[in-house]
Design a protein around this ligand. Structure first.
Ligand SMILES: C[S@@+](CC[C@H](N)C(=O)[O-])C[C@H]1O[C@@H](n2cnc3c(N)ncnc32)[C@H](O)[C@@H]1O
Length: 421
């Protein structure tokens, strides 16, 4: 009797006609050709962030085109255990161990190092290897790869537990929240899904435990590694040269060049200070955040202020009020409060608002941006906004958008706005 093959790759004629399991009938070759060309660019001296982003999009298109509908659904259905297993492996400290032992470690050795049961390690690590987070060259043996290394750096080490712990309890209750709220978006921070699920919003939850806040701060500082800074996207000479619409930059010792509002521990200001020290662009540099969050001794001549952007802006007439990843945390009503405090402090014809945040396209929003929008809505009634939404929000606050710059379609844009009167 011939041996039974469990996976012989053939499909019956009934499978081919089943819309749930059939793969596309149109040729995939034009898509593969596009990918081939994009790969050639990726490997050439012409490599750039846009081409890289496009290549990733084409690979996603190909995967979706090849997957049958059933395969797509199964991939989505089993996403939650992947995140939970990864969070557990992070707690067990397995990735740093793999980095320390460059030749690799067996499941038994990992059990010895961690005190965990070997059988559990085998089950968790087979998923980690399937996700591409380490290598599994022989049975029950694991070796680090480049993704393992990233998991031991602040972006992975702090980002994964930070966002998992911050979000998961809320996401579990998200469907119930919307059911109870007649399927309407939250309009206030105090009535966000996170408030419904855990009784507080993201910033109170972070402030309640120092280790959470420390992880969050570390993740904030590390999450844009390798991506352009605002001053590499935005033409800084707009602030340093006078034009018909802007008065010259003030040179007096008390003049403030930039206030980084909600600047966390000052990572953006430090990079700006390094690129444009005060002998190149004069003016004080001020870091503002909540008193428990702000880094008081940020150094390099940066002045720290512990304050709330919901209260009066105490620094008047600065050249720039810079907000990075601030407005996406909040619903329109709170954004209007923050903007009104800022507009009141701005000097007409001199001060500008610079916002670094996502500007969503009207169609084909990248997966990361669409996911972030749901994340922000969940933990604080926040919103990722389209250009139309930004113009409406800023216009309502008495600001006119005077430019939007972007160098990377998957990343934040820089929006410049001035006071209308
Ligand atoms: C998403 S983080 C962005 C941090 C930083 N701008 C960046 O892009 O890395 C939001 C920041 O807003 C700060 N924040 C929240 N509420 C605030 C308030 N009422 N006043 C000032 N800062 C606040 C948080 O502490 C946090 O550092």
């Amino acid at each position: 009797m011939a041996p039974i093959s469990l996976c012989d790759g053939s499909s019956s004629s009934s499978d081919a006609n089943n819309p749930l399991t059939s793969t596309p009938t149109q040729s995939l070759l034009p898509l593969v050709e596009q990918i081939r060309q994009a790969v050639m660019q990726e490997e050439s001296a012409d490599r750039n962030p846009n081409a890289h982003f496009q290549l990733l999009g084409l690979i996603d298109d190909l995967k979706r085109a090849v997957e049958s509908p059933t395969e797509t659904l199964l991939r989505l259905i089993y996403q939650p255990p992947q995140n939970a297993a990864l969070r557990t492996v992070m707690d067990m400290g397995i990735f740093p161990l793999l980095m320390e032992h460059s030749k690799g470690l067996s499941a038994s050795e990992l059990a010895e190092h961690t005190g965990a049961e070997r059988a559990l390690i085998v089950r968790l690590m087979r998923l980690m290897a399937s996700l591409g987070l380490c290598m599994n060259p022989t049975p029950e043996f694991y070796r680090a790869n480049a993704k393992t290394a990233a998991l031991t750096q602040p972006i992975g080490r702090d980002g994964i537990p930070c966002i998992y712990d911050l979000t998961l309890a809320t996401l579990t209750k998200l469907p119930a929240y919307f059911h109870e709220h007649a399927y309407t978006t939250p309009k206030e921070y105090s009535t966000s899904p996170m408030n419904y699920a855990v009784g507080m919003g993201q910033f109170e939850w972070l402030a309640a435990h120092k280790p959470r806040q420390t992880r969050f701060n570390s993740y904030m500082a590390s999450r844009r590694q390798g991506k352009p800074e605002w001053f590499e996207i935005y033409p800084v000479e707009r602030l340093t040269t006078s034009t018909t619409t802007t008065s010259p930059l003030k040179q007096t010792p008390e003049a403030v060049f930039i206030v980084d509002v909600g600047g966390n521990q000052g990572h953006d200001l430090l990079k700006f200070q390094e690129r444009y020290p005060p002998d190149q662009i004069p003016g004080r540099r001020v870091l503002q955040d909540l008193p428990k969050v702000v880094k008081w001794d940020v150094g390099r001549g940066i002045e720290a202020m512990g304050c709330s952007f919901l209260e009066e802006q105490m620094v008047k007439g600065a050249r720039i009020y810079y907000f990075r990843a601030i407005f996406h945390d909040w619903p329109d009503s709170t954004c209007q409060t923050i903007l009104s405090r800022t507009v009141a402090a701005m000097e007409p014809g001199y001060s500008r608002v610079l916002i670094m945040d996502m500007v969503l396209p009207d169609t084909n929003v990248p997966l990361l941006q669409a996911s972030l929008d749901i994340q922000m809505m969940s933990i604080g009634a926040g919103v990722e906004r389209s250009e139309r939404q930004w113009r409406a929000l800023l216009g309502q606050a008495g600001l006119e958008v005077t430019g939007i710059w972007n160098r990377h379609p998957g990343m934040e844009s820089v929006i410049e706005a001035t006071r209308v009167a």
